[in-house]
Design a protein. Sequence first.
Length: 292
Amino acid sequence: MNMATDASNFEKMVRIPYQKDHFNPVRTEYSTMLRRQLAQGNNGLTKTKYLTFGIEAESMKQAKPRLNHIEIDLMNNFKRLGVRAKLLNGKERLHLMHDMFHMGDHDRFNFDWKWLPESGLSVKDFIAPTGFAFPKNRVFQMGGMYGSMSYLQITASDLSDQLLKDFLDMESSQIVTMHIQSVDQNKAIKSIKHTITELDRSKIEEQKKAVRSGYDMDIIPSDLATYGRDAKALLKELQSQNERMFLLTFLVMNTGETEQELETNVFQASSIAQKYNCNLRRLDFSGYSRFR
């Protein structure tokens, strides 16, 4: 998430507390320098990453110890990578969603769990934007901000994580989301075998067309040859190298204070995707529900 920084929170983050000595002027000068450098370096944006994990279980009692075990493993892995991570509680998650829905304004998050029974409100009443509107097919308004949602169509056989880095290096408020679900190993192998069979069938059809047209039957569309090699390589990895198969949905939400600014940001994101042989396809308002 690339989000515009709240000025007061930004100042608290870099402020060095005063102490009872003679070095407070130095602390003030250093804090001012940090505030200036951070503002220039990130264009007033705060860039954060969040990982949400979940499991299927029959009850909360059954799920809780398993989730705790996953949490411990994840935190240990982050620690080995030298990454600082913390678990968000319910109120912090609501704060996060509030910031997402209020990108274009300075509305502060005020909430306490004890207010719910007293007011009869639900949590969504404390985080919802002032309004949602869909003035155009592929553009929506969220409060005072214009937004557009796109999905990444991956056509490359291999994709570097540099693509994600380039998206996150854009100097605009945006949210990049990757929904990842592991596939059962047996189902994954069965699916790849079915894909190989379909590709072989298509290859035979192309060879028949070539013979009827008087062409060399070894000349087949390059896509068929490429996808066939990739599918067979993936099958080999799944069967002999203990690899896993995952289903991935890659979504990019671009924003702008004006429609023109939004279109500029979408164009920049599309250019990044094309550099890695991918296409960024924009969703219309009827397509949002398919990706929820």
